[in-house]
Design a protein around this ligand. Structure first.
Ligand code: CAA
Length: 259
């Protein structure tokens, strides 16, 4: 399928798909169409059994500099309610396969929120994260006050949201927002390395484990533990469970088939 604002390589590496946000002149500002394309691409990759892990990236200058301010500027509250753009974000969050954000340059506003919707974030040394919406008279609307706070804690989240200050990749790493920081030229390779590790596991266990970790952000401990236990039991319905344990006992690498 051809998209206008994203590029999709379904098998960039075996079992790994790559989505590139592709509005370089606008620093990958996330207009409505781009987000709909992203949702559609993720839904299609989620249905593709050959894909086990998905990487979303931008370019060296920008992962994404936020929602498209020029498109939003003249919106009325009624427009916003009718368009309900964040419904698209909710759908993106529902991707069942692991999604890794490979971030270089700016990840701001909606760009930072999109990275936080992903399951893991790999960044280049020059990446910058921020929620600068306050500087343009609004506030984060796609999870910035919630996911950022859960990831980095109240003190830093409050400062970022109330002053719009950017943090470096190193600061983001120290605060627990991102998984890895690597030299600029290596961030995409590093994302592929991580994706390869994930893609080597049982896709069924990966799906259930991802669901369970996300549950920790959305529910209390007892309910989360109960959910985890059910998903743990469910992993035993798969042939991959037999293969994984057999391979361990036979001292060989497992060959997971996703069944
Ligand atoms: N929306 C629309 N266009 C944007 C954009 C955005 N979020 N960010 C950058 N652009 C455009 C600029 O308008 C400019 O276009 P022109 O060449 O046509 O003027 C082009 O991209 C390059 O940008 P700059 O010239 O500004 O580049 P810079 O290197 O001087 O600055 C920057 C880079 C600091 C990222 C600056 O562009 C900036 O502050 N961008 C806006 C960041 C922001 O406020 N993001 C939050 C948006 S609101 C939001 O995301 C709401 C939400 O929660 C979903």
């Amino acid at each position: 399928m051809n998209y206008e604002f994203i590029l999709v390589d379904e098998q960039a590496q075996p079992h790994i798909a790559l989505i590139r946000l592709n509005r370089p002149k606008e620093l990958n500002a996330l207009n409505l169409q781009l987000m709909l394309e992203l949702k559609s691409a993720l839904q299609s990759l989620d249905q593709n059994d050959a894909v086990r892990c998905i990487i979303i990236t931008g370019n060296e200058q920008a992962f994404a500099a936020g929602a498209d301010i020029k498109q939003m500027e003249s919106r009325t509250p009624v427009d916003l309610i009718k368009i309900d753009q964040f419904e698209t974000w909710d759908q993106i969050r529902k991707t069942s396969k692991p999604v890794i954000a490979a971030v270089s340059g700016f990840a701001l506003g909606g760009g930072c929120e999109l990275a936080m919707l992903c399951d893991m974030i790999v960044a280049s040394e020059s990446a910058k994260f921020g929620q600068p919406e306050i500087k343009i008279g609004i506030m984060p609307g796609a999870g910035g006050t919630q996911r950022l706070t859960r990831a980095v804690g109240k003190a830093l989240a409050m400062e970022m949201v109330l002053t719009g200050k950017f943090i470096s990749a190193q600061e983001a790493h120290a605060a627990g927002l991102i998984n890895r920081v690597v030299p600029d030229e290596l961030y995409l390779d590093e994302a592929f390395k991580l994706a390869k590790e994930v893609a080597a596991m049982s896709p069924i266990s990966i799906r259930l484990a991802k669901e369970s970790v996300l549950k920790a952000f959305e529910t209390g401990l007892q309910e989360g533990l109960f959910f985890e236990r059910k998903n743990f039991y469910l992993t035993f319905t798969s042939e991959d469970q037999k293969e994984g344990m057999k391979a361990f006992i036979e001292k060989r690498k497992p060959d997971f088939k996703g069944v």
